[in-house]
Design a protein around this ligand. Structure first.
Ligand SMILES: Cc1cc2nc3c(=O)[nH]c(=O)nc-3n(C[C@H](O)[C@H](O)[C@H](O)COP(=O)(O)OP(=O)(O)OC[C@H]3O[C@@H](n4cnc5c(N)ncnc54)[C@H](O)[C@@H]3O)c2cc1C
Length: 547
C-alpha cells in the first residue's frame, strides 16, 4: 500500500494551497485526491464560461438543498466545483475578503490567532494585487492575481453615481482599510482568464516530484487505527470503480468543502451518534457538531427593465456575440472576460448599525425567472442584496451510508428574525438604488419585486419566493474550543478528540463573514499550512486600533 506524509482530500481552494505549501519541503510527500476530473474544460478558464459550468455535471456536484421554512417550498440549487481547483474553478471570480470584525469575532469565539491582524499577513502573502493599493493591507508578491473589473459600462457608472447620491461613498479598495462603499469588483482574473486556486497554487506544485495528484478519486472514508487517522479509501473512477487505500504517515487533511467534509466525517463514523446509528454507521468518535451550523448568504435579486441602452442580455446574441468573441481573442477583454457581477456596494441596514451589514451587487443584465445563470432576452439590470452576517443556521447530514449519495443540505435561510429584517432592508435599498436619479435615463420600470410590493411583509414574501444562494456555504465543521458543543476542530484545525486528522476548508469558519468565501478559504489554508509544518505563524500586522 502506498504511503505519503500527507493525504489531502479535495483539490479545491483550500486543498490547492495546502498542496503547494506542504510540498515546498522536497523531503515531504503529498498526495491529493480529487473526485472530479482535471480542469481542462475551456469554460473553466474563460470568465464568462461561469454561466456554462454552473450546471455542468461533469465538473459540478450540482446539489439540491432541502426546501426551507422561508423558501416558499422551493429547493434551491447548490452548485459546487468537482474538478481541480474545486469551487474556485466554477465560481464568480470575485475577490472579497470581508471586514476586520469578521475575524475578530472568530477570535472572540475562542480561536487564538484568528483575529484580523493575525490573518491579514496570510491574505497578503497569497495575493498579487495589480494596481494602486495601500500595502499595509495588500500583497504584491503572491501567486493569486487580483485585478479590478476593466469593463467601464455606462450603467455601472450610473449605478455607482446613484449610490453616491444616496450617501454611499466610493471606496477605492473594499479589501483595504474599510469595506463600506461602492466600487467596481476585484476579481481573480489575469489576462482575461480565470485564476483558480488550481492555476495559482496546485499546478505549480504539480511540477514537483513529491506531489501526487489523483483525479477521479472519490474518497469514501477515512481509515482509523483507534483514534488516529492513518489513511483513506477511495474509489478510482467513481461508483463501480476500483477501490484503493492510501496511507498518511503524518496527517490526513480533509478539504472536501462545506457540504462534503462533514458528510465524509459522518461516513467515517465521526459525528452525532444518533445520526450515525440511524444510518447504520458504526460510531468511531462522537462529535455532535459535525455538519451542524451551516450558514450561507441568501439573496433576492431585484430587477429593473432598461431603456435607451444595450445590456449584456442583448450583447450575448447574434453579431454582437461574434464581435465580443473577436475582442476577447485579440485583447482578452470585453463580454467574455466578465464576471457575473460588476459593481459591489457595502452598506448598513440602519443608522445605528456600526459597520456594513448589507452587500449589494450590480449587473447590467437580468436572468430568467427560476433559472439561475440564464440571461433573458429583454434588457434588464439586477441588484442582488444580502445580509452579510446572518444568524440562521442549518445543517449538512449524510443521507445514507452510501458515499455517492448527495448529503441532506438544510440551510434554514431566514429562520432568524434579524435575518428577515435585514433582507427586507436590503431589498428596499436595492429599490432606491435602481430608482436613483443618475440611473433615470435608463430606468424603465421595476420588474421585481414590482411596484405592488410596498410593506415589509410584501417585501419578505417576495424574498421568500425568489431569493437564492450566493454560493457561500460555510461553518459545518466549526473551529472552536473543546468545551464548545458545536466545535469540530480546534484553532489549529485538528479534529477534537482525534489525532492525525485536520479539516481545512470553508467548513471550519465558526461564523459567516461579510464576504464571498474564496479569499478567506485560501487564507485559512495558507495559515493552516504553517501550523501543519510546525512553522511559526507570520507576524501579526500592526494596525491602528489594535493593541
Ligand atoms: C457557483 C459559485 C460561485 C461562487 N462565486 C464566488 C465568488 O465570486 N467569489 C468568492 O470568493 N467565492 C465564490 N464562491 C465560493 C467559493 O468558491 C468557495 O467558498 C470556495 O471555493 C470553497 O473552497 P473549499 O476549499 O472549501 O471547497 P471547494 O473549493 O469546493 O473544494 C472541495 C474539493 O473537494 C473535492 N471533494 C469533495 N468530496 C470529495 C471526495 N469525497 N473525494 C475526493 N474529492 C472530494 C471537490 O470535488 C472539490 O474539488 C462561489 C462558489 C460557487 C459554487
Amino acid at each position: 500500500m502506498e504511503t505519503f506524509d500527507y493525504v489531502i482530500i479535495g483539490s479545491g481552494s483550500a486543498g490547492s494551497v495546502l498542496a503547494n505549501r506542504l510540498s515546498e519541503d522536497a523531503a515531504t510527500s503529498v498526495c491529493v485526491l480529487e473526485a472530479g476530473p482535471r480542469d481542462w474544460h475551456p469554460y473553466i478558464h474563460l470568465p464568462a464560461g461561469f454561466i456554462k459550468t454552473f450546471h455542468m455535471k461533469s465538473i459540478n456536484w450540482a446539489y439540491q438543498q432541502e426546501p426551507g421554512p422561508w423558501t416558499g417550498g422551493r429547493s434551491i440549487y447548490a452548485p459546487r466545483g468537482k474538478t481541480l481547483g474545486g469551487s474556485s474553478s466554477i465560481n464568480g471570480h470575485i475577490y472579497n475578503r470581508g471586514q476586520r470584525q469578521d475575524f475578530d469575532t472568530w477570535a472572540q469565539m475562542g480561536n487564538r490567532g484568528w483575529g484580523y491582524p493575525d490573518v491579514l499577513p496570510y491574505f497578503k502573502r497569497l495575493e498579487c494585487r495589480v494596481g494602486e493599493c495601500d500595502e499595509t493591507y495588500r500583497g504584491r508578491d503572491g501567486s493569486l492575481t487580483i485585478t479590478t473589473m476593466d469593463w467601464q459600462d455606462p450603467l455601472c457608472e450610473a449605478f455607482m453615481a446613484g449610490a453616491v447620491s444616496l450617501g454611499i461613498p466610493k471606496n477605492r479598495d473594499y479589501n483595504g482599510a474599510i469595506q463600506e462603499g461602492v466600487s467596481y469588483c476585484q476579481r481573480t482574473i489575469q489576462n482575461g482568464l480565470r485564476m483558480s486556486a488550481a492555476k495559482a497554487f496546485l499546478h505549480p506544485a504539480r511540477k514537483r516530484p513529491n506531489v501526487h495528484v489523483r483525479t477521479h478519486a472519490h474518497v469514501t472514508n477515512i481509515v482509523f487505527e483507534g483514534k488516529r487517522a492513518v489513511g483513506v479509501r477511495y474509489i478510482k473512477g467513481g461508483r463501480g470503480g476500483v477501490p484503493v487505500e492510501v496511507r498518511a504517515s503524518r496527517e490526513v487533511i480533509l478539504s472536501g468543502g462545506t457540504y462534503n467534509s462533514p458528510q465524509l466525517l459522518q461516513l467515517s463514523g465521526v459525528g452525532s451518534p444518533e445520526l450515525l446509528k440511524s444510518l447504520g454507521i458504526e460510531v468511531r468518535h462522537a462529535l455532535p457538531g459535525v455538519g451542524e451550523g451551516l450558514q450561507d448568504h441568501y439573496a433576492p435579486r431585484s430587477v429593473a427593465r432598461v431603456k435607451n441602452i444595450k445590456t449584456i442580455n442583448e450583447l450575448r446574441r447574434g453579431l454582437s456575440l461574434w464581435v465580443e468573441a473577436l475582442k476577447w481573442a485579440t485583447t482578452r477583454r470585453g463580454l467574455l472576460s466578465l464576471s457575473p457581477t460588476m459593481v459591489y456596494c457595502f452598506w448598513h441596514s440602519g443608522e445605528t448599525t456600526e459597520s456594513s451589514d448589507l452587500q449589494l451587487t450590480f449587473t447590467p443584465a437580468s436572468y430568467k425567472e427560476g433559472v439561475q445563470g440564464q440571461l433573458e432576452d429583454e434588457p434588464g439590470m439586477t441588484v442582488a442584496s444580502w445580509q452579510q452576517r446572518p444568524e440562521s443556521r442549518g445543517y449538512v447530514r449524510a443521507r445514507s451510508a452510501d458515499p455517492f449519495a448527495p448529503p441532506i443540505i438544510q440551510t434554514n435561510y431566514l429562520v432568524a428574525e434579524l435575518d428577515r429584517r435585514v433582507v427586507v432592508a436590503g431589498m428596499k435599498l436595492a429599490r432606491r438604488l435602481l430608482a436613483s436619479a443618475p440611473l433615470a435615463p435608463y430606468y424603465a420600470y421595476e420588474d421585481f419585486p414590482g411596484p405592488n410590493v410596498q410593506s415589509d411583509d410584501e417585501f419578505l414574501a417576495a424574498a421568500t419566493q425568489r431569493g437564492t444562494t450566493t454560493f457561500h456555504p460555510g461553518c459545518t465543521c466549526r473551529m472552536g474550543p473543546a468545551d464548545a458543543s458545536w466545535a469540530v476542530v480546534d484553532d489549529e484545525l485538528r479534529v477534537h478528540g482525534l489525532s492525525g486528522l485536520r479539516v481545512v476548508d470553508a467548513s471550519v469558519m465558526p461564523r459567516m463573514i461579510s464576504a464571498n468565501l474564496n479569499a478567506s478559504t485560501l487564507m485559512i489554508a495558507d495559515k493552516a499550512s504553517d501550523m501543519i509544518r510546525g512553522k511559526a505563524g507570520l507576524e501579526a500586522v500592526k494596525i491602528a486600533g489594535y493593541a
